[in-house]
Ligand binder design. Structure first.
Ligand SMILES: Cc1cc2nc3c(=O)[nH]c(=O)nc-3n(C[C@H](O)[C@H](O)[C@H](O)COP(=O)(O)OP(=O)(O)OC[C@H]3O[C@@H](n4cnc5c(N)ncnc54)[C@H](O)[C@@H]3O)c2cc1C
Length: 213
C-alpha cells in the first residue's frame, strides 16, 4: 500500500461514494493531479448511501439542474457500460385528478428542461407494464430514459477509482476517517485523519504559502 502523503493539491473526503468517485474522475479529466481520496469505510463504500441505493435514474423533475445532472449521469453510466435504459412509468389512478394534473405539469417541466418524458394512455401503460389494471388508471407519464445503474453504482465507483489511480493522479485510502479540518481565514488549509504522524494532508498552495508540513 502506498505511503500516506503529507501534502496534496486536492483532498476528497468520501472517496468510496459515487460523488467522491465522480469528483476524482472529472478533476482528472480536466487536468488536475495530486489528488488524495480518503474514506472511513471501504472503497467502494460499504456503509455510505451508495451501498444502499436502488441505483435508479429518473430524469423527470421540476428542477432544471436535477434534469440536467440526471441526463448527464445516464449518458455517463451508459458510456461506462453500466446503464440499463428500461424506462420508467408514473401513473394517475381514476378519480385522482390532482395526480393527473401533476403528471401533466411534470411533463411540461421535463420537456422544457431537455428530457424526453411524455404522457401515455392507460392502454399504452399496460402494454409497457402488463401487470397494470388498465381500468384503474386514467393516464401515465413515460420516461424512456429512466433506468438502472448496473450491476450496482458501487461497481461504477470501483471502476472510476481504479481508473483514476491508474493515471497516477489519485491516491486512494480506505479505512481512513477524517477527524478535523484546519481552517484559516475561511479556507481549508489542512485535513486531519485519525492517529499517526502522517495524519495531516495539506493542499499544496497553502503548504507552500505557510511553509508548514
Ligand atoms: C435506500 C436508498 C435508496 C436510494 N435509491 C436511490 C436511487 O434509486 N437513485 C438515486 O439516484 N439515488 C438513490 N439514493 C440516494 C443515493 O444513494 C445518494 O444520493 C448517493 O449514493 C450519495 O452519494 P455520496 O457519494 O454523496 O454519499 P455516500 O455514498 O454516503 O458516500 C459518502 C462517503 O463518505 C464517507 N465518509 C463520511 N464521513 C467521513 C469521514 N469523516 N472521513 C472519511 N470518510 C467519510 C463514508 O464512509 C462514505 O463512503 C438512495 C439512497 C438510499 C439510502
Amino acid at each position: 500500500m502506498a505511503k500516506f502523503p503529507s501534502s496534496a493539491r486536492v483532498v476528497i473526503i468520501g472517496q468510496g461514494g459515487i460523488v467522491g468517485a465522480s469528483v476524482a474522475h472529472h478533476l482528472i479529466e480536466r487536468g488536475w493531479e495530486g489528488i488524495v481520496g480518503v474514506d472511513k469505510s471501504a472503497i467502494p463504500t460499504d456503509i455510505g448511501s451508495t451501498a444502499h441505493a436502488s441505483d435508479f435514474c429518473y430524469a423527470t423533475s421540476h428542477d432544471h439542474m436535477a434534469c440536467y445532472t440526471t441526463m448527464y449521469s445516464i449518458d455517463f453510466f451508459e458510456k461506462m457500460g453500466h446503464y440499463s435504459r428500461v424506462g420508467g412509468l408514473e401513473v394517475a389512478r381514476v378519480g385522482d385528478d390532482e395526480r393527473m394534473e401533476e403528471l401533466k405539469r411534470k411533463v411540461g417541466s421535463a420537456r422544457a428542461f431537455g428530457t424526453n418524458a411524455y404522457l401515455i394512455s392507460p392502454k399504452e401503460a399496460k402494454e409497457k407494464f402488463p401487470l397494470l389494471e388498465e381500468d384503474m388508471i386514467q393516464g401515465a407519464m413515460w420516461d424512456p430514459d429512466a433506468g438502472l445503474v448496473i450491476p450496482r453504482s458501487q461497481t461504477a465507483v470501483g471502476e472510476l477509482v481504479k481508473n483514476a489511480e491508474a493515471t497516477g493522479k489519485l491516491q486512494a485510502f480506505a479505512n481512513t476517517p477524517v477527524t478535523g479540518l484546519d481552517i484559516e481565514n475561511g479556507r481549508i488549509k489542512g485535513v486531519e485523519k485519525r492517529a499517526e504522524a502522517t495524519s495531516r494532508l495539506r493542499p499544496w498552495s497553502f503548504a507552500r504559502d505557510s511553509g508548514a508540513g
